[in-house]
Design a protein around this ligand. Structure first.
Ligand SMILES: [Cu+2]
Length: 559
């Protein structure tokens, strides 16, 4: 019989072994170009010292950085080699923040713009985005799969960046990813209400309460240099309050849109959001804590949780001893202003847009509703419905979740989180595919700004009693998902589809690749075992647990 001490030392040996192998694999950030292959496969990793099977891109968490130059064409093949039936075995990958103008079919959104890519199949995403530069990311858009690991950063560098004079260094070493991490697989987690993540990972490393002193991420800087740090919140749920001990920083980008420079010492970043901040390494040579505090129950920095290390060249390789100082200049969203062509589209004034939408969010027995409709994925992707001739919003499924919008209209959307009935789980970060929008009213703020609001693609709708108001122009043909970026909430129906000009979509898209047409027949030929995600349950058993992963009606072969 093993003594507790022996077990403890065995555990620490195992942990030490996994930490050594991780430090090797994480010493150089993996970087891919815009024409590349992402292989999606399962692998056991221990990013916080706890071993679990995960769903990874090219075998690492987070997935490799995709780095492009402004104007590059993307050709990204996603190869599905998933095998672990405890998690989902199909996949689709969304390029968060990329407009996909003319290529809606490459947006990667399961049941909205495509069917998922089945096990042992692949799909090539060809797209370009000549006018975009900034910080983006990619993640699974199939059920809650990205919580199991399929997430990575995507940066489009601008050789003519108008704010380039503000920084010296901007490369893979200055991308900082923030994510929540779970010790149970997502297909289990999605059935638990309001379960907290086990740890926060910064650049794929972290520690959990009661866990080993696992390796932490180190951001290396040289005294006197200025760094463009690109923060990416690739979170399934929590938002993070981000600080660096002893340092202030200047926000210059929100979600791929440059902002007027704004100096802060803390920013709250919601799931799906990105910020570029300029950090000046102007402090004494030392180690400083980077802190990313999640809005979970009793978050703490104890033992290096929710933390990473800012290390000046010449400082010893030890954990920092710096103390947390409460911030004085916290980022307020309404103080952020778009730098390029500021101003919301359309006639200023609340309700003066061409199309004025008011969405009221409610929750009943765990499901979220927008104007009394909860989103349940349709069996035929919305784009396929449109290309097949369905154009009337009353024809488009899921019934009541698809909003048909005319072309070149200014839309003003109000999202209201009422006090009664209570809507749990806020604040809710709302993301719109295919666009950036102007935030004319931020949640929790009573003023409107049509002159120079922040422009971005994820915004908080706030907590009960609050609302946010956004504007955009419908200049992008196709169905675009609008949803809460807390993945558990999306899974529970917090979504609608904005279908821009369904009548004219077919005429305005680039030719849809033949391989795209094959995705649905292949997906619907899968057996429940080949779907994975619910162990070996039958379709009916799986569907009785939740209808949300599965389309409304199983096609033949699933009975
Ligand atoms: Cu939400």
């Amino acid at each position: 019989m093993l003594t507790p001490i022996l077990i403890a030392s065995l555990v620490s040996l195992i942990n030490a072994a996994s930490i050594v192998s991780r430090s090797q694999s994480y010493s150089q950030p993996a970087v891919l170009g815009p024409q590349t292959t992402l292989t999606i496969a399962n692998k056991v990793i221990a990013p916080d010292g706890f071993e679990r099977s995960a769903t990874l891109v090219n075998g690492i968490f987070p997935g490799p950085l995709i780095a492009a130059q402004k104007g590059d064409n993307f050709s990204i093949q996603v190869v599905n080699e998933l095998t672990d039936e405890s998690m989902f075995l199909s996949t689709s990958v969304h390029w968060h923040g990329i407009f996909q103008n003319g290529t809606n079919y490459a947006d990667g959104t399961s049941f909205v713009t495509q069917c998922p890519i089945a096990q042992n199949h692949s799909f090539v995403h060809n797209f370009s985005s000549p006018n975009q530069a900034g910080t983006y990311w990619y993640h699974s858009h199939y059920s809650v799969q990205y919580c199991d690991g399929l997430r990575g950063a995507l940066v489009i560098y601008d050789p003519d960046d108008p704010l380039a004079y503000m920084y010296d260094v901007d490369d893979a070493s200055t991308v900082i990813t923030l994510s929540d991490w779970y010790h149970a697989v997502a297909p289990v987690m999605r059935h638990l209400v309001d379960a907290d993540a086990n740890s926060t990972l910064i650049n794929g490393l972290g520690r959990y309460a009661g866990g080993p002193a696992s390796e932490l991420a180190v951001i290396n800087v040289e005294q006197g240099k200025r760094y463009r740090m690109r923060l990416v919140a690739m979170s399934c749920d929590p938002n993070f309050n981000f600080t660096i001990d002893g340092h202030i920083f200047t926000v210059i980008e929100a979600d791929g849109q440059l902002t007027e420079p704004l100096v802060v010492d803390q920013l709250q970043i919601f799931a799906g959001q990105r910020y570029s901040v300029v950090l000046v390494a102007d402090q004494p040579v030392d180690n400083y804590w980077i802190r990313s505090l999640p809005n979970l129950v009793n978050p703490s920095f104890e033992g290096g949780q929710n933390s990473a290390i800012l290390r000046y060249q010449g400082a010893p390789q030890v954990d920092p001893t710096t103390a947390y100082v409460p911030p004085q200049d916290i980022l307020v969203e309404t103080n952020l202003h778009a730098l390029i062509n500021p101003g919301a589209p359309g006639i200023p004034g609340y309700g003066n847009a061409d199309i004025n939408l008011h969405f009221k969010v409610t929750n009943d027995t765990g499901l979220f509703y927008i104007n009394n409709v909860t989103f349940s994925p349709p069996s035929i992707p919305v784009l396929l419905q449109i290309l097949s001739g369905a154009q009337d919003p009353f024809q488009l499924l899921p019934n009541g979740s698809v909003y048909a919008l005319g072309h070149n209209k200014v839309v003003e959307l109000t999202m209201e989180i009422p006090v009664v009935p209570n809507v749990p789980g806020g604040p809710h970060p709302i993301h719109l595919h295919g666009h950036a929008f102007d935030v004319v009213q931020s949640a929790g703020n009573s003023t409107f700004n049509y002159v120079n609001p922040v422009r971005r693609d994820v915004v908080s709708a706030g907590n009960p009693g609050q609302q946010m108001v956004i504007r955009w122009t419908t200049d992008n043909y196709g169905p675009w998902f609008l949803h809460c970026h807390i993945d558990w909430h999306l899974d529970a129906g917090f979504a609608v589809v904005m279908a821009e000009s369904p009548l004219d979509t077919a005429a305005h898209l680039n030719p849809v690749p033949k391989e795209w047409d094959q995705l649905c027949p292949t997906f619907y030929s899968l057996t429940p075992t080949q779907l994975g995600g619910e162990g070996r349950l039958s379709w009916e058993e799986a569907a009785s647990i939740t209808t949300l992963l599965f389309p409304e009606t199983p096609l033949p072969g699933h009975k």
